[in-house]
Design a protein around this ligand. Sequence first.
Ligand SMILES: *[C@@H]1O[C@H](CO)[C@@H](O)[C@H](O)[C@H]1NC(C)=O
Ligand SMILES: *[C@@H]1O[C@H](CO)[C@@H](O)[C@H](O)[C@H]1NC(C)=O
Ligand SMILES: *[C@@H]1O[C@H](CO)[C@@H](O)[C@H](O)[C@H]1NC(C)=O
Length: 437
Amino acid sequence: MALNALLLALLTVLLAVTYGPVSHYLTVIGAWRHPSRRVLATDSDLVKIEDTIICEDLHLYHPTNTLFSACEDDFHRRFGWFPPLGNFENPPQSTEGGGSIHIIDPETKVSARLEFENFSGPLVTHGIDVVAADPSRPDHSVYIFAVNHLPNPDLFRSRQDTTTPKARSQIELFYHVLGSKSVRHVRSIWHPLIRTPNDIYAENATSFYVTNDHFYRDGLLRHIEDVLPLARWSTAIHVQIEHETVSAQSCDQAPDVKAGIALTDIFNNNGLGHGQTHDECLVTSAAGGLLYLGQALNGQITIREVIPLDSVVDNPSYFSDPFVSLSDGSSDASGYIVPGLPRAVDLPLHKRDPSAQDGALVWHVKPSSGALTNASISSGTGWEARILFEDDGSIIRTASAAVLVPIDPKREGGRKRGWLFVTGFLSENIIAVKVDL
Ligand SMILES: *[C@@H]1O[C@H](CO)[C@@H](O)[C@H](O)[C@H]1NC(C)=O
Ligand SMILES: *[C@@H]1O[C@H](CO)[C@@H](O)[C@H](O)[C@H]1NC(C)=O
Ligand SMILES: *[C@@H]1O[C@H](CO)[C@@H](O)[C@H](O)[C@H]1NC(C)=O
């Protein structure tokens, strides 16, 4: 721990003398930011959703207006085992349960755990994605892809030595009939290119993209990857499976799993999200504070534009505003919703401390008014980012996913508002907070 901090300090100095845009980097990690809180609203404008403990990711499935999340369900477990944070002390045994898929009704703000069929865990949760099982019947059933950070089975065997990677993360595929109370495990998916999976962008039931947020799982080079923007070693992988069903929870790579590199040369490639069009793929560089707008096509993600933000950022989503008044296009609140950390600089010291306080913030990125020409958009300056929500950690600890659900202005006396659902990789509850748009 002390070594990490020292290393961080040294590298920051190194960076300051060798790397140009260093002040943006220090802004992004929040070196100068004071924890602050914008509490907007009255008590009724904030809901802490019960039984949503450490749910890193959150998706709105539009056809049925249902939120999906994968939750750790135990606050302390994450501090003992979570490979993405370098927490490796207490690997779960293969016989251990834990972790679940939740659905949340954005109207009632009630969360329900789906009962597993043919799955006994452990599920060490991280990014997810949800797609219609049959695109012609989107309100019938879905597939849910979920990262599962399992320990390397060799950890528990005599074969273990210092070079044995401690984690052997894989993707679980689940099937859920909408409206039912259960989720059926279809299969596990693993490939050697899936090393440090973080988030998932699914095209359909047999094709998805997954980010590897680091190249190194631990050690010195891992720390360098954390702090040096020139260390652009993370990747996104495209994975295709031929069959939806092979033997469940098999430990080895199934012969039908094909994977290839879809995106390289990004610093700390992290969140993935669906954008404005069917193939717009949003990618974030977490520690780089960058939102990339890209296109996912034929197994490749092509970046078209990059939007810099002033914090570490995580899983992005797109909000399509259904309440745009035609007479006044300026009331269109459509845009990208990007969660982040006000002070990621504290994370190396806080990541194993259940009682530490970390803040949360959420950006709303829209085309800037009066700057809609093609020229300004392609230069990346045609966007404006404002903070929709900010907390010093008193309401929520960290923000790693955020989704905006519109409210009909008629129900708000003509005011344009929305429910913003925010969750974090160290949060005790998902929250819903009413925000002005
Ligand atoms: C559960 O798995 C068993 C054995 O793999 C299989 O026979 C059974 O059909 C599966 N049940 C469901 C509901 O998928
Ligand atoms: C899924 O998407 C991939 C890539 O676009 C495509 O090749 C494949 O045919 C699709 N599969 C289904 C079942 O739609
Ligand atoms: C922007 O570009 C598109 C195609 O790239 C073109 O159809 C459109 O006319 C352009 N708009 C402006 C305002 O130049």
